[in-house]
Design a protein around this ligand. Sequence first.
Ligand code: AHR
Length: 505
Amino acid sequence: MGTERALARVTLNPELRIGDVDPRLYGSFIEHLGRAVYGGIYEPGHQEADEDGFRRDVMQMVRELKVPLIRYPGGNFVSAYRWEDGVGPRDRRPRRLDPAWRSVETNQIGVDEFVSWCRKVDAEPLLVVNLGTRGVEAAVDLLEYCNHPGGSYWSDLRRSNGSLEPHGIRSWCLGNEMDGPWQIGHKTAAEYGRLASETAKAMRRIDPGIELVACGSSHQGMPTFGEWEETVLDLCYEQVDYISLHSYYGNPEGDTRAFLAKSLNMDGFISSVVAICDAVKARKRSRKTLFLAFDEWNVWYHSKEADRRQDPWQVAPPLLEDDYNLEDALLVGCMLITLLKHADRVKIGCLAQLVNVIAPIRTVTGGGSWRQTIYYPFYHASRFGRGVALDVRATSPSYEDREMGPVPLLEAVATHDPDAAAVTLFAVNRGTDTDLRLEGDVRGLPGYHVLDHLVMVGEPRDANTLSEPERVVPRAAGSARVDDGVLVAYLPRLSWNVIRLRGPR
Ligand code: AHR
């Protein structure tokens, strides 16, 4: 069967504003899980290790991604974590069993080391407190340890551990996936809502400058979805700033079209949570608008079978090491576009995760490192998708998906950075056998020209590996041009496209 061609249209106009893009939309996540920390960001003795044992090759790639915010230390891990185990002299830190991932945690990295790694990669930490096995007291102690200047037990302990200045951590999550029966210390919505409210109240008394994220549903398919958000927010709406959303998608059946439709599920999830937040706001007659933190999202399925075969109680076993391919990168691109389409309400996003564990960056312990396919759409969005998100009013033919209904071939959004006179169009062609001729109305951008058109294209299962790290990479090979107020571009089947325009200044 040959490749067909179809027409898609967009409009690029700075007046079609969705909202300001919060740089924290391009956050990520490092959990004490598998080889994310040990063998990922930290590997003393490795030839790339710096004076603190952090891998320079990994830091270089993280810096390249311009990740502004990194969630830590979990994930499921945090719900049985004692943060005190990870501070102070390393030789006195306990080895503990981590019941979440059934691994051994050596505690050689804790909050101080993580904060210092964040400083090296120009990111802010987004710390998660344990509301599974612990509660108000441990959360408040950790906040005092991190943010209080000195003159109290925990702040002086931080100082004596070498950090004279407070860490000044602004963003905090109140637990992780507390709706999930798999979570250590799982709670009902009413139990969690009360605990979140009381923890928030106490934390704000220690540091009124912090921002707090309450746990929403672990995914939209949870049986308690909706009811969970309503009950939790009913109990803590005025105490928190964000509610979290998580979504992972997979393609175990190998159906590319159905897989690429999954970002529509994410889109509906966001709209539903916005509606619930606003309904609670109305019922409470509140003046405060709640924002969304999509603080775990990605493709996750490749490694599930291999993980079942791992023996328990290893230190840093290779868990959740998904090998990503082109179609995964296209879905990640569609998910990034979806987040930008909701930039007015989604202010925090965390690609889960960053290194080795379902990650754009992979390493070999004792060896090299490489960029997986999903690295590239994230890199482009993070570097070029700043400023104001623009609705592009995309139209294109669609295909029918059993679960999602009509799925447009073209998924697209744009951003406008007025200071740089820069407009960037992000576009995925979901078509498995249809190329798109894109026509863009750019009459709202007089004097703008195409700076470049980056394209990442290939076969759905193409992937990068340590020995072939550049098999799937974007190339500045696109055809986009502006002629008489019309942007014309060719978007090949199964492609990720970034069309950058520049205007007069
Ligand atoms: O990111 C992997 C895991 O996925 C996290 O630990 C958990 O929060 C989620 O279920």
